[in-house]
Design a protein around this ligand. Structure first.
Ligand code: CA
Ligand code: CA
Length: 198
């Protein structure tokens, strides 16, 4: 199985699942946050409304906060993670607006990554119902997407590449449902018409 088929956000989700669960308790009894936090979780509230706005989390318990949950009360809006703890966010998980109060049970609809750990998003993963459907990748870091992956039923189906840096895809790899390469197509002029080359 292609490793990118794995539901990548699961680990991060699990790491904060307890966090939000606990924080909902914290929201009910703010006097009890000192015991709730135990040095790893820091909830923040809107001063005017008392509504939970943010949870900060030290996921590896090394004393440095590395994961933040942007909250609208009990609803998770976005997760941000600084995976190498250098002060720059490397991963953003966006949750659907319809997630409701059970936000963490809903998978993210989009995950963005700064694959060079420079704070700039270079890879976007799109999900439908928790299943990976599409990835856009700026593999050379010039700010333009040059690799597109399309998934069918969670399996890699098509990889489209801009190998010449023109901004238009010129090469397409078509995969069989079992993951093996079926054939390669080429469109050297970027006309939009691909022809089988192999
Ligand atoms: Ca940490
Ligand atoms: Ca970082």
């Amino acid at each position: 199985m292609n490793p990118t088929n794995l539901f990548a956000p699961r680990s991060l989700l699990l790491s904060v699942a307890g966090l939000v669960l606990i924080s909902s308790v914290a929201g009910c009894d703010r006097a009890g946050t000192s015991t709730v936090a135990q040095g790893r979780i820091e909830p923040a509230y809107d001063k005017a409304t008392g509504r939970l706005t943010r949870l900060s989390y030290d996921s590896n318990n090394n004393g440095t906060l590395d994961t933040w949950a942007v909250m609208d009360g009990a609803k998770l809006t976005r997760l941000e993670a600084d995976e190498n703890e250098d002060g720059k966010i490397d991963r953003w998980e966006h949750y659907p607006a319809t997630a409701g109060s059970g936000g963490l049970k809903q998978p993210p609809e989009r995950i963005e990554r700064a694959t060079r750990f420079d704070g700039q998003v270079s890879r976007r993963e799109f999900f439908e119902g928790g299943v990976l459907v599409r990835i856009e990748d700026d593999t050379d870091g010039n700010g333009a997407t040059d690799k597109w992956e399309t998934y069918a039923g969670g399996e890699l189906a098509v990889v489209t590449l801009d190998t010449q840096g023109t901004g238009k895809p010129d090469r397409r790899l078509i995969y069989r449902p079992d993951g093996s390469l079926d054939h390669i197509e080429s469109d050297p002029t970027g006309s939009g018409e691909f022809r089988v080359v192999k």
